[in-house]
Design a protein around this ligand. Structure first.
Ligand code: HEM
Length: 305
């Protein structure tokens, strides 16, 4: 079983998140296959010219795209992203059929690939989002807290994200939930550090997890965690990345899991107030502007097309 290489690897200094929306077309399937077959060649050409930059990438598909593009059985957990809303909090469901994710040491090379992807798929799809993410203060999110600390590593990461026996046709594949968040950094920076720490549930400077009463019930690390009915954590792998300029900026949330339901559980905990009225207070300072679910096929599935 071969897995597309951007699923399990660590974050890199630069990433590109490219979302395309399918157009109507008489030869949709044939034109799609022709573009898809050229995609590895595009990456190989850039890689060959700059062998030290080690580009990692993946291509993934939405529920609707799967029905339009593939004859093969639909992956068993593939569903569209469902909008969630409560009070002023909103997770919109937005357009997106094909998703290409590229990460490397260099923004310019990611750009060349993003432009190449747009050109390759032009006959059948329109590029609707291209977000260029970058490493921020070494390992911090744009809210200036270390992000990714509790991510699973090694075997635990593999077990958290890769599909196994539950869907034998697609072993080695995975699911992505993708949301772009726009931060209100002025509002966030108006908080005292101790208030920001309460919102996250960890200390800011040395990144230590709070415990006991110090960890607020509305803390992001409580609400963001996916759990089963018995309260046991269900792991996911987050490769979040800051993006943007002084006008608009925030985080791309890109979460990998064996099933999109793992991340849906977290999203519901974050947005919907619990019996005590607690929701994720991080949502007071950031808002999601996109929301999509994609299936990442195993590499050997793509090679057979
Ligand atoms: C604006 C978007 C987000 C930001 C800035 C953000 C930031 C953070 C930070 C700073 C941490 C603490 C360090 C760490 O363990 O990584 C964290 C933890 C975590 N976040 Fe987020 N996050 C965001 C969105 C999300 C979303 C949408 C989810 C789930 C759907 C999520 C799930 C988690 C989980 C599971 C943890 C680890 C909790 C633990 O086990 O301690 N986050 N996040």
């Amino acid at each position: 079983m071969f897995t597309q290489n951007a699923i399990l690897s660590d974050g890199r200094p630069f990433a590109d998140f490219i979302t395309l929306s399918l157009r109507d077309g008489a030869n949709l399937k044939a034109d799609f296959l022709s573009a898809l077959r050229q995609l590895p060649k595009l990456i190989a050409t850039v890689n060959k010219a700059e062998p030290t930059c080690q580009i990692e990438w993946l291509v993934a598909f939405s529920d609707q795209a799967w029905s339009q593009l593939f004859e093969q059985q639909k992956p068993s957990a593939l569903v569209p992203f469902t909008e969630m809303k409560q009070a002023e909090r909103h997770f919109p469901a937005t357009a997106g059929d094909i998703f290409v994710y590229v990460k490397s040491e260099r923004m310019d090379l990611n750009f060349r690939i993003a432009k190449g992807v747009a050109d390759l798929f032009e006959p059948i799809a329109e590029i609707i989002e291209d977000t260029q993410g970058y490493q921020y203060l070494i390992d911090r999110d744009m809210i200036d807290f270390v992000d990714g600390t509790e991510n699973p590593v090694d075997e635990k990461r593999v077990n958290a994200v890769l599909i196994g026996d539950e869907d034998p046709n697609y072993q080695g594949g995975s699911y992505i939930t993708l949301q772009r968040y726009v931060h209100n950094l002025n509002k966030w920076n108006d908080l005292a550090v101790s208030q920001q720490e309460q919102v996250i549930g960890r200390s800011k400077a040395d990144n230590v997890e709070f415990s006991g009463e110090k960890k607020a019930p509305f803390a992001h690390i409580n609400k963001g965690k996916s759990t089963d009915e018995a309260g046991k954590e269900i792991p996911m792998y987050r490769q979040n990345m800051p993006y943007g300029n002084a006008i608009e900026h925030g985080s791309v949330f890109i979460g990998f899991a064996k099933s999109p339901e793992v991340i849906n559980i977290s999203l519901r905990k974050m947005i919907f107030a619990d019996e005590q009225g607690h929701y994720d207070h991080l949502l007071k300072y950031t808002r999601a502007v996109t929301g999509c679910i994609f299936f990442v096929p195993p590499a050997d599935f793509l090679n057979t097309l």
